[in-house]
Ligand binder design. Structure first.
Ligand code: ACM
Length: 473
């Protein structure tokens, strides 16, 4: 095996010519419009040349070059790397949307953690960070016009720990919170852009909105004061379907669009119980006045209002698949998290829970820390085959049980490396070959980056559940 075959994601074509180049000079960049978008041709002979059709291709060529220099190239300072193998690598991505959702609402990720996560995404040539900024359990974006969103909505009294019946069905009694200032977010956006990553912000409505309702109770159906939620799961407290609430969120989205240059902005629409609307005469009357057949259609209507507003700002909405409705503008992108959902001709980003929810447990051994969801092994993620007609696919890192960058590392890696290969490389890779390449060559890169991934044989003792039985090693 030549070192070219150590690359991850697996490249389209490699042509080793033999020999190595020690002390390589800085690469020379050469435009080549004949390569596919974001593609590159990396040539190592007596010099190092990266031909690319665009700046993203140059960047990805540099990432491949770093991998050829060995794990040392992934440290924070430049340590001597390996001699470079001579030859040519040609490569380009299969999908234009190679995303990862990071949930910073359930557990706040400090800004340094988000910047570091962007570095890790860049090393895997992922190019969309979907930042889930609001939920029942926290509001994480400063909105100067509505200061209580962060003064009140960014903080909660405690968090559920464990997962009943496996964990403690109790509240830890420890306040949690945090938010990003406008300048923090501008910094995150610019840092991402330097790495050819677009940050897609999400303001989740009209469900998953209790943190906002805690800040401004008139946003809710009942108008009653509520606390920022301390438990997980689907929540009955949803937004009121009034003109005032529509106007409030239009203003929030105008502010968010000013911070985030992304063409696409996510407005949620997932997991919206209709219990409160059904019991509320004003909501029923609103649905009737809008010509809807029942309150069940209010989610699609409200998300449609948000999407229409984004269109006036020159943006496109992304909505989760439950919001599908004839009332959505045609250019709305659907985030399909249910397998097999009919997305009615909309552009789609595939986010299937069944394949790429990285909060789900990685093994059925009882030492897995907080065994959420159902089993999704590294091999399962690698076997995922996205529909070629989609814009692309996105892994999800929901953070109910991930309260620190260490826990995020454990859930995301190495499964995110498998996902990166699924969305970059063409179909047909062998899992056995991938696992060998990962173990021998890529995990040392993650070690150099300081990623606390899950070892393939199972968690380190300090990564397990308290009291869990260990494994024979
Ligand atoms: C989702 O998992 N509620 C999109």
């Amino acid at each position: 095996m030549t070192v070219f075959e150590e690359l991850l994601p697996r490249p389209v074509r490699v042509s080793p010519t033999g020999g190595t180049l020690a002390d390589p000079p800085d690469p020379v960049f050469v435009p080549d419009a004949s390569l596919p978008p974001s593609g590159f041709r990396l040539t190592v002979d007596s010099a190092v040349r990266i031909e690319a059709p665009d700046a993203a291709g140059e960047f990805y060529g540099l990432q491949a070059l770093k991998q050829l220099r060995g794990p040392a190239a992934f440290r924070a300072v430049d340590l001597p790397g390996d001699p470079l193998p001579c030859g040519v690598v040609e490569d380009w991505p299969r999908f234009g949307w190679r995303g990862c959702l990071l949930d910073v609402a359930r557990h706040f990720m400090p800004k340094y953690g988000v910047l570091r996560f962007l570095d890790l995404m860049a090393a895997h040539r992922l190019n969309v960070l979907h930042l889930h900024l609001t939920d029942d359990q926290g509001w994480r974006v400063e909105v100067p016009e509505f200061p209580r969103l962060t003064e009140v909505g960014a903080w909660r009294a405690g968090s559920w720990v464990g997962r009943p019946p496996d964990g403690t069905p109790g509240h830890d009694g420890r306040p949690h919170g945090g938010f990003y200032t406008v300048d923090d977010l501008r910094e995150i956006v610019a840092y991402a852009a330097e790495r050819h990553i677009t940050v897609v912000p999400e303001i989740d409505v009209p469900g998953h909105s209790q943190a906002a309702i805690a800040a401004y109770p008139w946003l809710g159906v009942t108008g009653r004061p509520l606390a920022v939620l301390t438990r997980w799961g689907v929540n009955d407290n949803v937004l009121a379907m009034t003109d005032e609430v529509v106007d409030f969120y239009r203003r929030v989205l105008t502010h968010v669009a000013d911070i985030f240059p992304s063409e696409v902005i996510c407005v949620g629409g997932d997991e919206v119980p209709t219990t409160q609307w059904t019991a509320d005469p004003a909501s029923v009357a609103r649905a009737e006045a809008l010509g809807l057949s029942s309150v069940d259609e209010l989610n699609g209507w409200f998300v449609g209002e948000m999407a229409t507003h984004l269109a006036t700002l020159g943006r496109r909405a992304l909505a989760w698949d439950e919001a599908l409705s004839p009332l959505l503008p045609e250019d709305t992108v659907i985030g399909a998290w249910h397998t097999g959902v009919d997305t009615g001709g909309h552009d789609v980003v595939l986010c299937p829970e069944e394949h790429v929810y990285l909060d789900h447990r990685q093994s059925d051994h009882p030492d897995e820390p907080i065994p959420v969801g159902y089993l999704r092994t590294l091999a399962n993620v690698y076997a995922y085959e996205p529909l070629p007609s989609a814009l692309g696919a996105q892994a999800q890192v929901w953070s109910e049980h991930l309260d620190s960058p260490r826990r995020v590392d454990y859930a995301a890696f190495p499964r995110l490396a498998a996902f990166a290969e699924v969305v970059w490389s063409g179909p047909g890779g062998s899992y056995a070959e991938f696992e060998q390449r990962l173990t021998r060559h890529h995990l040392p890169r993650l070690d150099a980056l300081g990623v606390e991934y899950r070892p393939l044989a199972g968690p380190h003792p300090w990564q397990t559940r308290p009291g869990a039985p260990g494994r024979p090693r």
